[in-house]
Every structure is written in structure tokens, then in C-alpha cells.
Ligand binder design. Structure first.
Ligand code: AMP
Length: 257
């Protein structure tokens, strides 16, 4: 059964059609994926790597521990110690899409991924404060970034984060040519493809290793918990305690840092 509802606009988005999974509690049955959904079962989408590593301690504090090691397991849906919660391992940039369409009830995604996705059809109730880094502009060492900007030179910028870069340079009144790349952005200034890149920087070691320097910081980035609005409504008794527990775990982790 598929229900189509028009959600009310919220702080993040305009009205939007969202396809709902059948409510397992009402239906007591099987979701679109074929998984047998128990009463109030919850699926959380997240990606392997830094987000998973840094989110698992917060989940553990909230009583959710995967029964297998997600880094070594080949399973893409992992049961957890909390019987009704399973983790779904997806590509980082796909997390918002799974949650938006209700294939996952919740997810964890970086602010960078959410801004590029647009945040449509998602609540973002908790800044988990993990996978902390920054979005920056970087150039080859020796490139006169300040002079080029002041002269109003036509600058070519390569990035995977086109929406964030466009917004940043438009807000500064700069006209730049954006070149979309999908990886290894550091190569763009080295090869002459672009004058600058917009990329995530954590320790700065990758830039340093490629003789690049950070010339502007665009924004701080952290991972956020995202929730499907329909899941929040229909599975509130399961979702709300989880959101509260993760809010408390994130606050405790910040206080201890
Ligand atoms: P670093 O050398 O520590 O500054 O890390 C930079 C490299 O790691 C770049 O290739 C970034 O795209 C990637 N990176 C850093 N932090 C994150 C993050 N929180 N999420 C995803 N990729 C990241």
C-alpha cells in the first residue's frame, strides 16, 4: 500500500510529496524492501568511515550496538542489540535520499551532504557534533588568491560541493566558473584544471601533501541526525526516545571533549 501525503512546510523546506512506507504498526507486516517489520521497527541509514566510527559511541550511549562489526561485515542491514533498531549502510551522499523517501526512518549525514542534497523532506533535530571538519577554499601554494579576487579575475573553482560553493561565492559577489568533480579535487589546481578547489579539510594534511594552502574557510561541518517527518509522526513512540537519547549522548560527548 502506498500513501501520498502533502506535508506542511517546516523550517527547512517547502511543501513536498513524500511516499510513505506502510506503517508497520498499523499493518504489522512487510515493508517495500521485503524486510519483516516488527512493531515500531526503526532503520537508521549511515555511511561507513568517519561518520560510522564517530557515531557508534553515541549510539552505544543510547543503547544501540550493532551485533556485527559494521566495518568488516558485508551485510548492508545490520541488526543491533536494541531489537527494534537496525542500521542500513549506504553511500554518504545517499543517506538523505533514503530518509527523504522513508526507506530509512532516520539517518546520519554531514552538513555538507545535507546542504548539497537540499534538505527536502527531512527534519534535522540533532547536531551530533561528530565527524567535525570545515569546508574551505584552497589553492596552489604561491597562487595570488587575494589579488585575483580584488582584480575581479575570472577564477575557475573545482569542487564536488557545487551548491555550497555557488552560495559562498555568490554571497561574496564573486563570479567564478565552477567545475564539478567527483573525487581527488586536489589534482585540479596541480593539473591546471582549476585555480582553486572547495573541499572538506580536517587535519590539513591532504592539502599540505599536495602543496595546496587553505585561503578561505567557508563553514564548520559536523554530522547531523536526520529524521523522516512521517516516521516522526507515525512512529513517534520509538523515534522520540531515540532522538532524546542521541541528543543527550551528543551533549555529554561535547562536555567531555
Ligand atoms: P585532512 O587531510 O585530514 O585535512 O582530510 C582531508 C581529506 O579527507 C579530504 O579528501 C576530504 O574530502 C576528506 N574529509 C575530511 N573530513 C571529512 C569528513 N568529515 N567527511 C568526509 N570527508 C572528509
Amino acid at each position: 500500500m502506498t500513501l501520498w501525503v502533502r506535508l506542511q512546510p517546516d523550517a527547512f523546506q517547502g511543501p513536498k510529496d513524500v511516499r510513505l512506507k506502510p506503517d508497520p504498526q498499523a499493518m504489522g507486516t512487510q515493508g517495500r524492501s521485503g524486510r519483516i517489520a516488527g512493531p515500531m521497527s526503526l532503520t537508521i541509514a549511515l555511511s561507513k568511515g568517519r561518520i560510522l566510527d564517530e557515531t557508534l559511541p553515541l549510539f552505544a550511549a543510547a543503547g544501540i550496538v550493532p551485533v556485527e562489526d559494521p566495518e568488516s561485515s558485508r551485510k548492508l542491514v545490520l541488526p543491533t542489540s536494541s531489537g527494534n533498531v537496525s542500521l542500513m549502510i549506504v553511500r554518504a551522499s545517499d543517506v538523505p535520499t533514503y530518509v527523504q523517501w522513508g526507506a530509512a526512518d532516520l539517518g546520519v549525514a554531514g552538513k555538507d551532504v545535507l546542504l548539497e542534497h537540499g534538505g527536502l523532506g527531512l527534519y534535522q533535530p540533532v547536531d551530533l557534533g561528530v565527524a567535525r571538519c570545515r569546508m574551505s577554499v584552497a589553492t596552489r601554494r604561491g597562487y595570488d588568491w587575494t589579488g585575483s579576487v580584488q582584480r575581479g579575475a575570472r577564477i575557475r573553482v573545482a569542487t564536488k560541493y557545487v551548491a555550497i560553493a555557488r552560495e559562498h561565492f555568490a554571497a561574496k559577489g564573486m563570479h567564478v566558473d565552477l567545475i564539478k568533480l567527483y573525487g581527488s579535487m586536489e589534482l585540479a589546481p596541480l593539473s591546471g584544471l582549476a585555480d582553486a578547489i572547495v573541499d572538506l579539510v580536517s587535519t590539513g594534511n591532504t592539502l599540505k601533501a599536495n602543496d595546496l594552502v587553505e585561503v578561505e574557510t567557508i563553514m564548520a561541518i559536523t554530522a547531523r541526525l536526520v529524521v523522516n517527518p512521517a516516521a516522526l509522526k507515525l512512529k513517534r513512540d520509538a523515534v522520540k526516545p531515540l532522538v532524546d537519547a542521541l541528543t543527550a549522548a551528543a551533549a555529554a560527548s561535547r562536555a567531555a571533549a
